[in-house]
Ligand binder design. Structure first.
Ligand code: MN
Length: 270
């Protein structure tokens, strides 16, 4: 499918974040060195992403312990498992064709641009302005889908618990209000893109959206932070069952959100 560049004229302004990169480099390096030197890297506790808030003049760091590789990981359930929200054919095409292509194209771009694929993909996304549009689209595409599959489960707990539930209540007023605002972010994203719940530089929960395969990890994105939950609103994610009715897809998608996973992810960055 030739949909990658469908709305690419809507690229966010990259000048905004250029001056963040130098300032990000020192703490990124020192923190990584500390973690490696303390022997935790081999245990998978490695800090894969260190981020700056573009909105905050104090430019606080948000550090996550996620560590996304360049290969597609197995889908954690069968293609039909999410049928309450997404049909099996859509899942199969989405995972085995669309997402698989992002992974393959990412690996090819990484080779061409001398990216070390033993390091977390998060590191590349944080300085994606230094790389090609191909790497941006496919790096984002791969990262976003790897997160998307894990963010869903046939055994959804339907709502968050613990610290994430408390933070959603205090940040948005209630879980229902949060769902409405997040749904609106997905409905109102013009063309292809993603809706996000993310943690910003002040460790506050934020809702936003990005075009194409961009995400809040990218230095070129208009919203910046650590993504907790992403919703794919490209037509390939829902068109077979829902056709033009993106709001219906979003309404049903809540049935399969893996809040246990999202809550654990949240606790890793606060
Ligand atoms: Mn997709």
């Amino acid at each position: 499918m030739q949909e990658r560049s469908k709305h690419f004229s809507e690229e966010p302004d990259v000048k905004y974040s250029v001056n963040l990169k130098e300032k990000a480099m020192a703490p990124l390096t020192s923190r990584r060195d500390f973690i490696i030197n303390s022997g935790k890297a081999g245990l998978g506790i490695y800090a894969g992403s260190t981020l700056l808030s573009s909105c905050s003049s104090t430019k606080k760091l948000v550090t996550g312990n996620s560590n996304t590789g360049f290969q597609q990981t197995p889908l954690p359930y069968s293609y039909n498992a999410l049928n309450d929200a997404i049909d099996g054919t859509t899942m199969e095409i989405h995972y085995s064709k669309h997402a698989a292509s992002y992974a393959t194209n990412l690996q090819n771009a990484a080779k061409n641009e001398n990216v070390d694929m033993n390091k977390p993909l998060e590191d590349v996304l944080g300085k994606i302005s230094k790389y090609s549009t191909t790497l941006r689209n496919n790096g984002g595409g791969h990262y976003n889908h790897e997160l998307f599959w894990k963010s869903m489960s046939p055994k959804s707990d339907q709502k968050p618990t613990g610290k994430l539930a408390t933070a959603i209540d205090s940040g948005f007023g209630s879980f229902d209000t949060f769902k409405t605002q997040f749904s609106d972010a997905g409905k109102n994203r013009f063309g292809s893109g993603w809706a996000w719940l993310f943690v910003d530089g002040d460790k506050k929960l934020r809702i936003g959206s990005t075009p194409n395969q961009d995400n809040p990890l990218m230095d070129v994105a208009e919203i910046k932070g650590f993504p907790l939950l992403g919703l794919d609103v490209w037509e390939h994610a829902y068109y077979l069952r829902y056709q033009n009715k993106r709001p219906d897809y979003i309404a049903n998608w809540w049935k399969v959100v893996n809040w246990d996973f999202i809550g654990t992810r949240y606790q890793s960055v606060i």
